[in-house]
Design a binder for this molecule. Structure first.
Ligand SMILES: [Zn+2]
Length: 163
């Protein structure tokens, strides 16, 4: 399973809700996404990044693999933090992104069971980053216009060197 990179059109798409749980297709998607994430390596991956427009994400912040379906942020702190973020779909660059410092996320596990996650620190940032992907949004879309231009310029330079 290949991770798509900017400017792949799939990365701009809004993913659809998962409606059927516990099925083989969903389990094999999560398995393939986890493998791609660990191979990269990365701490999170959204289904849109592998061209599957379903609201599924995986992450592992060194506490084991977690897969979430239909994740949504139901509350976010007013306090924000600014930090450099990378993205497997924008290899080679980092962009400063302001995010809520802590969030509450509601989701379903792959069997449809309810999950509530109270997150701060890295996990809060990962959840917001991956849910952005499910809405077709990348870190460059969260940057100021000047940062966005500079980031895309760096990205194109890196992509040119790699390719
Ligand atoms: Zn990303």
């Amino acid at each position: 399973m290949q991770i798509l990179t900017h400017p792949s059109p799939a990365l701009k798409q809004h993913a659809q809700e998962v409606e059927r749980f516990s099925d083989r297709e969903l389990k094999s998607l999560v398995t393939a996404m986890a493998r791609a994430m660990y191979d990269a390596p990365g701490v999170g991956l959204a289904a849109t990044q592998v061209g599957v427009l379903r609201r599924v994400l995986v992450y592992d912040i060194d506490e084991g693999l977690v897969a979430l379906c239909n994740p949504r942020i139901v509350s976010a702190s007013e306090e924000t933090t600014l930090s450099e973020e990378g993205c497997l779909s924008l290899p080679g660059i980092e962009v400063p992104v302001e995010r809520a410092a802590s969030v509450t996320c509601e989701a379903s596990d792959i069997d449809g069971g309810p999950v509530t996650i109270e997150a701060d620190g890295l996990l809060a940032r990962v959840l917001q980053h991956e849910i952005d992907h499910l809405d077709g949004m990348l870190i460059i879309d969260r940057a100021t216009p000047e940062e966005r231009r500079a980031a895309i310029r760096r990205y194109n330079e890196v992509a040119h060197q790699l390719g």
